[in-house]
Design a protein around this ligand. Sequence first.
Ligand code: SF4
Length: 285
Amino acid sequence: MKVIRAKSAGFCWGVERAIGIARNHADAGKRNVYSDGPLIHNRQMMEKLEAEGIHEVGDYQSRGALALDSEGVLVVRAHGISPERREYLKSLGLEFRDATCPDVGIVAGKIRRMARNGYSTIIFGDHDHPEVIGLLGYTEGRGHPVESEADIDALPELGEKVCMVSQTTMFTDDFAKLSAYVRSKYPELVVFDTICGATKARQSDIEVLVREGAQAIVVIGGHHSANTRKLATLAEKSGLPTFHIETAAELDSGAFAGFERVGVTAGASTPDFLIDAVCEKLAAM
Ligand code: SF4
């Protein structure tokens, strides 16, 4: 079978950078590195990193006592954190390294500037997602996560100064629709399209796979990764049979009988070694 691999498949630059920072400090297992919540949403990669001395500690929102080696390094993952969380983590006294993706940092900067000018901020995103939780910390208490028109209808009256941003990994079409809906209620709304370039490329690459003649699409990534699940939903919307798998072991050759060309893409936290294994197995079918 011919395999068409999306150019954007696999780690985005923000995840790659965070892993690089953690690995540099782990120094091939000589030092303990701690990340506040999983460094990336991929079980296989987390197991690999754990073996290199990079540990996920606790729940990224908790303040419970953490048993950390005082010689270790605390790394903030690509999703970023709120200013309050930053202060708390720094108070733990370990060496502190911030691996927040610069694209998330730009969103935080825009929110902070607008909040200081008296704006309320509507964030299009998942209210449970660590990136959104971190960004809310920059809104000076005037932040509102929304995912739907119903959420927007339920907002309190926000006055005239309202701005809107997006979690960096949302669908561009959904953001355009929801921001238009918010503007119908707040005509002076200031909109910042903060979906990151890596996410946009990954979304538009689905169309490229369709144009290149893929008859089915395989999306690789953690079943619990929001980013990968969204990608699978987008692939389904293309009308092609879509298979969301975590590893090559989940590929069922019977399900691919009759396909000659298959497109492969992967979430931002899917390592190359998993993508390579899937492509090899598909090619051999
Ligand atoms: S998905 Fe975008 S914002 Fe998030 S880490 Fe990757 S490049 Fe950065």
